[in-house]
Design a protein. Structure first.
Length: 129
């Protein structure tokens, strides 16, 4: 593990695909991140409110509730309104990016992720200490 801006940070990953969750967890742990996991949007919203992570990685296409709806709900809650939310999605058109920003996401990282730069991409969205 290197000394990166992510060391000691708590990142909530809201992702419904087990393979993606394993990859995100592995890469983030190498960066020194404490990873919080939610398999769906509803659990993710609850965890965000109770744990106050430093950053949220939000899958956009999930059953039950999509990531755009979840992001809007997180932005409407004073406890979670200021937490950076990064969309992680295979939908990468300009229209898709616009939808994530309109919903309240701070940024957009396309799937599949590049493990070599994933940590740097996320660190760019963290608030300076």
């Amino acid at each position: 593990m290197t000394d990166t801006p992510l060391v000691g940070k708590r990142v909530l990953v809201i992702e419904d695909t087990a393979e993606n969750m394993r990859l995100f967890r592995a890469v983030l742990k190498l960066e020194g991140v404490e990873v919080l996991e939610a398999e769906g949007a509803r659990l993710g919203i609850e965890l965000a409110g109770s744990t106050q992570p430093d950053l949220i990685l939000m899958d956009i296409q999930m059953p039950e509730m999509d990531g755009l709806t979840a992001t809007r709900l997180l932005r409407a809650d004073p406890r979670t309104a200021s937490i950076p939310i990064i969309a992680i999605t295979a939908s990468v058109t300009d229209k898709d990016r616009s939808k994530t920003i309109e919903a309240g996401c701070d940024g957009h990282i396309p799937k599949p992720i590049d493990p070599a730069v994933f940590g740097q991409q996320i660190a760019a969205f963290l608030k300076p200490q």
